[in-house]
Design a protein around this ligand. Sequence first.
Ligand code: 13P
Length: 252
Amino acid sequence: MRKQIVAGNWKMNNDLKASKFLVKQIIKKLKNNSLKNTRVIVAPTFVSLEKVAKKVKKTKVEVAAQNMHQVKKGAFTGEISAEMLKSVGVNIVILGHSERREYFCETDAILAQKVDAALKNNMEIIFCFGEVLEDRKSENQFNIVESQLKNGLFHLEASAWENIILAYEPVWAIGTGETASPEQAQEMHAFIRKIISNKYNREIAENVSILYGGSVKPANAKEIFSKEDVDGGLIGAAALDADNFVALVKSF
Ligand code: 13P
């Protein structure tokens, strides 16, 4: 059965001290919550990963990296490999975030290589994708999403899908305060399951968790998360405040 997931993408926020403080607050505030079927993931910057990974070790909170390089090691100044992430206790990585695609020129082809490198290291992947505003306006969103999934993930063997979490993040809803309506999210998530079912099978399509991301906050989470094919959220701004983040975890 697929899991509900609330993941906080801290982006380039919080130095080491602030990261340790935030994760401590989240752990404390979640203590009395049974979490039911919900996984809770936080993704700090690289400099805080090791310390945050240590802090969450005996808790139900998990830690993810925001990016990684596709090659194991070598002359790639400023980059970090899957092997390096594993060495500090990180087993989950976010790949394909629209900010990586837009500002750091990450193409579908590069992302497919990153996906392979992460899987080779038995890492779980939160794979992000989503259309920009012009595509939504011209009703091209389904083609865009389909091609991002095909190019980034559809080369995988069926068994690899156990390690994939999907995050549909329409770019026009990220950091804008404009959320996709619960109906728009549901429509896209159902479409995603349909194309996965066509390519692989119904079981894989039903078992993969599909998160929605883009201006999710406590005020709108309940309605979005209640949709049949929405299994949780990838949260930016609201994940930087422990009260808001924990409220989101409790929104199911
Ligand atoms: P916001 O929640 O700030 O819109 O960011 C969403 C996001 O990009 C999560 O990866």
